[in-house]
Structures are given as C-alpha cells and as structure tokens.
Design a protein around this ligand. Structure first.
Ligand SMILES: NC(=O)c1ccc[n+]([C@@H]2O[C@H](COP(=O)([O-])OP(=O)(O)OC[C@H]3O[C@@H](n4cnc5c(N)ncnc54)[C@H](OP(=O)(O)O)[C@@H]3O)[C@@H](O)[C@H]2O)c1
Length: 165
C-alpha cells in the first residue's frame, strides 16, 4: 500500500478542510499515480473534493457515521472492515490519500510514501506525523520545481518494515 501527500516543511497538509497549495504539476502527479487504482480517504477529505468521487478510481471512504453515504464510493466504518475490503485489491495499487487522521492511522501499513515537499511554512490547522519518525527512508528526490511562487520536490520514501494487514 502507498501513501501520497503534499506537505509543507512542518508537515502541514490542510486548513479549513482545504488543501494548502494549488500546484497543477502536483495535481497531475497525483492523477498519474492514482488513475485506475484504489484510493482510501477519510470522510472529510471525500467531502472536500471539488468533484466526487475521484473518477476512474475505486474510492473507499472511512467514516464513523453509520448513516454516511458517499455517491460512487465504498464506505467502511472500521479499520477491520477497511482491511477486509482492501484484501480485494493488489497492495501496490492502493493509495492512502488523506486526510491527516487517515494518513496517521495507515502510514505504518504503507510500503511507499510519495511526498510532495513544499519548501515553505504556512498557516494551517491540519498536520501529519513526520514519516521519518515512523521509519520511512528517503530514496529519491526530484529536481526542484517552481510553480505559483512556490518551490517543491517530489520525494519517494520506503518503509523497510510495513505492517501487513
Ligand atoms: N495535502 C494533502 O495531500 C491532503 C490530502 C488529503 C486531504 N488533505 C487535507 O486534510 C484535511 C482533512 O483531514 P482530516 O484529518 O481533518 O480529515 P479526514 O482524515 O479526511 O477525515 C476524517 C474523518 O474520517 C473518519 N475516520 C477517521 N478515522 C476513522 C476510523 N478509525 N474509523 C472510522 N472512521 C474514521 C471520521 O469520519 P466521521 O466524521 O464520520 O467520524 C473522521 O471525521 C483537509 O484540510 C484536506 O484538504 C490534504
């Protein structure tokens, strides 16, 4: 299973249930990585999508609310149910795509993390854990990209010891 996220220097990922950065190149990267695959997200992230569900992907949404219905998505209510559902898909084709509660819940189960690192600290209200503190090792860094007055890199991390589910 993979994780894909865009973070600031201090691992901020959102504010007011929105993304922090508008980066077309990152959006294209997200699309390229996840297209045709299975994406896992929390209820808040699902509701924050401008168009729901993410097209041409199997959308799985985690929600505590037993009455929550998500058009075009599979809703699961517990980690056990999520893992039962995920067993239907090939692990490397699964992408955890937010938000913070879901990244933090599932990062130890992920083999690879695709982290878009934006070289900036911005006002935010939602942060993820430092993935290096969870044992992820940096394997690849792209050249720096400049867009919308921001500098960022695509970083690929591997988890040498993911928990199998
Ligand atoms: N930078 C990025 O790459 C990126 C990517 C995605 C999202 N984001 C940002 O992240 C922010 C949202 O993150 P968030 O942490 O507030 O929300 P979230 O993770 O998207 O969703 C949280 C919800 O997921 C459900 N949930 C979480 N853990 C669960 C569990 N163990 N069992 C059942 N349901 C569970 C709960 O639903 P109930 O409410 O039903 O209890 C919870 O309220 C937004 O600002 C969004 O824009 C950023």
């Amino acid at each position: 299973m993979n994780l894909i996220v865009a973070v600031s220097l201090d691992y901020a990922i959102g504010k007011d249930n929105k993304l922090l950065f508008r980066l077309p190149t990152d959006m294209a990267f997200f699309k390229e990585k996840t297209m045709g695959k299975t994406v896992v997200m929390g209820e808040k992230t699902y509701l924050s999508l401008p168009k729901r569900p993410l097209l041409n992907r199997i959308n799985i949404v985690l929600s505590d609310n037993p009455n929550f219905v998500a058009d075009g998505a599979i809703v699961v209510h517990t980690l056990d149910d999520l893992f039962k559902e995920l067993k239907k898909y090939r692990s490397k084709e699964i992408f955890v795509c937010g938000g913070a509660s879901i990244y933090n819940l599932l990062m130890n189960y992920c083999d690879t993390a695709y982290v878009t690192k934006v070289e900036k600290i911005v006002d935010a209200d939602t942060y993820i854990n430092d993935i290096e503190e969870h044992g992820f090792v940096l394997k690849e860094v792209s050249p720096q990209i400049e867009e919308n007055n921001l500098t960022f890199t695509f970083q690929t991390y591997q988890n040498p010891n993911p928990i199998r589910f």
